[in-house]
Design a protein around this ligand. Structure first.
Ligand SMILES: Nc1ncnc2c1ncn2[C@@H]1O[C@H](COP(=O)(O)OP(=O)(O)OP(=O)(O)O)[C@@H](O)[C@H]1O
Length: 352
């Protein structure tokens, strides 16, 4: 799949709606999302808790909870429409092998009763078709690739003999051992302390290049995004409300929700000015949402925001935002002052 920019699409999500049945009611968690993922890129999906980040990526891997279902839309990968997959047999063609995931808590992905070496080697045997000494050697290589020393000794150890950061490295080695094309990292460093976080992010970045992976990061931490992502998609209440290259969203964000998220960056807090914080709560997903879901919390909301859902407005060929503020008839609204300075600094930095 090649799009009009000449870039090769590895995955294309089109008009996806995902719902959950809960106590006789229906909740809409994903409200009409379309998103393309390009080969070799690193895309970060950001948004506050409950915005639908996990549900969206779980739908790509066939991991939705039993009460969840794809109501509408397509998820195109190779010759498949993943939205139509209904059996585990279908998903076994994709999960791990084509699309793998690294989650926040490595312990849930590791078997405590098996040595880490055996766990990696099983994937090497299954997915890379290697056996005996070649499988063992490949396992040692993977352990080295994820930054583990003394690999022959470490091969024979159990998950509890590793620290949190080291366990995350093992989980990453298992994911890579399956030779996936897409690696989804769901808050991969949230449970780790700051120094280890930085090391794991750097490792993921190195592995992306070395293995030609396409990666999706899910995070609520914009600091993480800036370090690893080529592009950012911002989610709010089950929708993508802004998407663009990292510097476009970071230093020229257009949606007031993006402004609010950026305002929580520590760099802005350091200025000691009053910040534009997000007041109120996200909408009730059991109810139909009219207009822009962020409108009730948006100090810049226009009348139309309460009535009609904004479409994506084009900012550049790669940057789009769903806010009526970008309509040609909208009044000119500037981002909060502290953000304007931040944007200015960012643009200067980008030009240097
Ligand atoms: N099995 C389920 N049954 C009912 N509702 C669900 C289920 N799983 C998720 N949801 C709802 O879907 C919405 C999106 O949840 P999701 O976990 O994707 O958010 P998130 O952005 O990943 O948040 P977090 O950062 O906290 O993981 C939430 O309102 C959540 O309550």
């Amino acid at each position: 799949m090649v799009d009009s920019n000449g870039k090769s699409r590895i995955l294309s999500i089109q008009n996806i709606i995902i719902k959950f049945k809960l106590r006789g009611q229906v909740l809409t968690a994903i409200r009409d999302i379309s998103l393309d993922l390009y080969k070799g890129e690193s895309l970060a999906i950001v948004g506050e808790s409950g915005s639908g980040k996990s549900v969206l990526v779980k739908s790509i891997m066939g991991l939705l909870d039993k009460n969840g279902f794809i109501d509408q839309g397509e998820i195109l990968y190779k010759d498949y429409d993943l939205a139509k997959f209904s059996t585990e047999k279908d998903w076994l063609k994709i999960r791990g092998k084509e699309i793998a995931m690294v989650t926040q808590d490595p312990m849930t992905s590791l078997n405590p009763l098996k040595t880490v070496g055996k766990q990696i080697e099983e994937c090497v045997v299954l997915h890379q078709g290697l056996k005996g000494k070649s499988a063992y050697d490949q396992t040692l290589k993977l352990l080295t690739d994820v930054g583990i020393h003394d690999v022959e000794k470490r091969y024979k150890q159990y998950p509890h003999e590793f620290s949190g950061g080291m366990r995350q490295r093992i989980v990453i080695a298992i994911a890579i051992a399956c030779n996936p094309k897409i690696l989804i990292c769901d808050e991969p460093t949230t449970a780790l302390d700051v120094t280890i976080q930085a090391q794991i992010l750097q490792l993921l970045k190195n592995l992306q290049e070395k293995y030609g992976l396409t990666t999706i990061y899910i995070t609520h931490d914009l600091g993480v995004v800036a370090k690893v992502a080529d592009r950012i998609a911002v989610m709010y209440a089950g929708e993508i409300i802004e998407v663009g290259k990292t510097h476009e969203v970071f230093f020229d964000g257009k949606h007031p929700y993006t402004w609010a998220l950026l305002s929580s960056l520590p760099q802005l807090g350091a200025k000691g000015e009053e910040l534009y914080s997000i007041k109120g709560t996200p909408p009730n997903l059991f109810k139909e949402i009219k207009g822009d879901a962020f409108a009730p919390r948006n100090p810049f909301a226009l009348n139309i925001d309460f009535v009609e859902r904004p479409p994506f407005f084009k900012v550049t060929d790669t940057h789009f935002a769903k806010t009526w503020l970008l309509h040609s008839d909208a009044p000119k609204v500037e981002p909060p002052l502290s953000l304007q300075e931040f944007f200015e600094e960012g643009r200067r930095y980008a030009h240097d």
